[in-house]
Design a protein around this ligand. Structure first.
Ligand code: NAD
Length: 497
């Protein structure tokens, strides 16, 4: 057990109906930087999941009728509590997920911003009166909470991905059953006592650690769940969407990406290179919006690589709890093997290693950690697996292009459509390139464009629906329209002169 769990009043169990309960098995959670066991966490079975849904259904009856302003105030209190405990939460997040403490603090703040944002948006969820073509009638168009919702999140941003969904669902008046990733359940469970302290009634948010496949089966077999919101791989999204055909809940999917990072011929190469290093250090590249293909003009490739090598090799890889660490381990050893396999495959087809950052190797205490040396590879072709699949690791595959049009067409030649980055001096051209890219979000001369106030979602096989912005709230409401006669006071002709 870590000291943070005590301080945050977290028990490694299931949170159902406002109390900690046992499941029917356990899962071991380890620190990926050291291999040390952090906790043995209770794992729910099908009965636990159904019990959680039963409780959420009961809680929904009153939560959905709580005034939206009161729901919003509660969420804003939760944002304040997250901020007040950011150091402890971030330390737990680093221990469990591996990302450096500074990034973990950023994730806690990002999570708090969703509670704040949806806390504010709750009271702005309005319907409308629509004129009726028949005299004496009108339409009331009302947004109403969708019902009980099932939320499923991955391990890379285990607090923020949950916060985006939980805050939006609760603001809309839904009750939720949240299934965090089994590799990182502790930081998710930390939200339970915090929300209870903010005043959330028991049952409105249930947190059940359980195997993904089982959760998918239980959620899609239960007609009471009216929204299923998943952040995960495209493969999991496909499986969940197919199974959801049974009872047709709304399916909201934030899935994989293959982001192009396009350096235009007139870009500030030093800035582009240093931003690329920051982007690839973020969660060690295990991010759906991480740069997966770096397109540079052939005529400026060697200059760009010169600018890239310095900050790439200067970044410090290590245990995220130590000062000055820029990138942590990958989530487990299998993830490292997968990344190395992709690099070796590219090298066997003619690509070349430009530089490798081995800073973590100097620290013997990290020998058991799942570290993967950040690597820049050049000579990568579009058809190599390193460029065609989501790498999810600290690799920068560099591809060259002859014309900007060629770069854009190749950037779009993927089934994914999540994020993209464009670096250029002429903003009109950079904007035109951004407009031509088939993705949900583009950063122009910016490596981290995501915020609570903007909608984020993928197109093509990167997803369905939106998180953040006002759109994020609409994922959890349904519209109900009532056509009815307009009440009219009979003034008995008294208005007439
Ligand atoms: P994953 O798809 O393996 O798992 C995600 C979650 O789904 C986990 O909680 C897992 O237990 C659960 N799950 C697995 N199989 C399931 C099933 N059959 N039914 C229901 N739930 C199931 O993904 P991961 O490895 O945890 O995360 C990495 C992936 O997530 C990457 O592809 C990444 O791009 C994507 N991702 C997308 C976004 C986004 O906003 N678009 C954000 C973060 C991560």
């Amino acid at each position: 057990m870590t000291p943070e769990l005590n301080e945050l009043k977290v028990e490694p169990r299931l949170w159902i109906n406002g109390v900690w309960t046992d499941g029917n098995g356990t899962v071991i959670v380890t620190n990926p930087a050291t291999g040390v066991t952090l906790a043995e966490v209770q794992r729910g079975g099908a009965d636990d999941l159904r019990r959680a849904i039963d409780g959420a259904q009961r809680a929904f009856a009153s939560w959905s009728h709580t005034p939206s302003a009161a729901r919003g105030e509660l969420l804003k209190r939760a944002a304040a509590l997250l901020t007040a405990r950011r150091n402890t939460l971030a330390a737990l997040l680093t221990r469990e997920q591996g990302k450096p403490l500074a990034q973990a603090l950023g994730e806690v703040d990002y999570a708090a911003s969703f509670f704040q944002w949806f806390g504010e948006e709750a009271r702005r969820l309005c319907g409308r009166i629509q004129p009726h073509p028949t005299p004496g009638f009108e339409y009331l168009v009302q947004p109403i909470p969708a019902g009980v919702v099932g939320l499923i999140t991955p391990w890379n941003f285990p607090l923020a991905q949950g916060a985006k969904k939980v805050a939006a669902a609760l603001a809309a008046g839904c009750a939720a059953v949240w299934k965090p990733a089994e590799l990182t359940p502790l930081i998710a469970l930390a939200l339970a006592p915090l929300l209870a302290e903010a005043g959330l009634p028991p049952g409105v948010l249930q947190i059940v650690t359980a195997p993904g496949r089982l959760v998918g089966e239980v959620f899609t077999n239960d007609p009471r769940l009216r929204v299923l919101s998943l952040t995960g791989s495209t493969e999991t999204g496909r499986t969940l969407a197919a199974a959801a055909a049974r009872h047709l809940p709304r399916v909201s999917l934030e899935l994989g990406g293959n982001a192009p990072f396009i350096v235009l011929p007139d870009a500030d190469l030093e800035k582009a290179a240093s931003d690329l290093v920051r982007l690839k250090c973020l969660c060690s590249g295990q991010v759906c919006v991480s740069a997966n293909r770096v397109f540079v003009p052939a005529s400026r490739e060697s200059e760009f690589l010169d600018h890239l090598q310095r900050p790439w090799l200067k970044a410090r890889v290590g245990d995220g709890l130590q000062d000055g660490v820029d990138a942590g381990p990958l989530i487990h050893h299998q993830a490292c093997q997968q990344v190395r396999k992709l690099i070796e495959d590219a090298l066997s087809q003619g690509a070349e290693v430009v530089c490798v950052n081995r800073t973590h190797e100097a620290d013997g205490s990290l020998a058991a950690g799942s570290f993967c040396a950040p690597t820049v590879v050049r000579g990568v072709r579009d058809d190599m697996a390193l460029a065609a699949t989501e790498t999810f690791g600290p690799v920068a595959p560099v591809l060259t292009y002859q014309s900007v049009e060629d770069a854009v067409c190749r950037a779009n030649a993927t089934p994914f459509g999540l994020a993209a980055y464009v670096y250029g001096g002429d903003l009109a051209r950079a904007r035109a390139v951004a407009e031509a890219l088939e993705v949900g979000i583009v950063g122009v001369n910016e490596w981290r464009p995501l915020r609570a106030e903007i909608p984020f979602g993928g197109i093509k096989e990167s997803g369905l629906g939106w998180e953040g912005g006002e759109e994020g709230l609409h994922e959890f409401v349904v519209l109900k329209t009532i056509a009815l006669p307009r009440p009219r006071l009979d003034l008995d002709g008294r208005r007439d002169p």
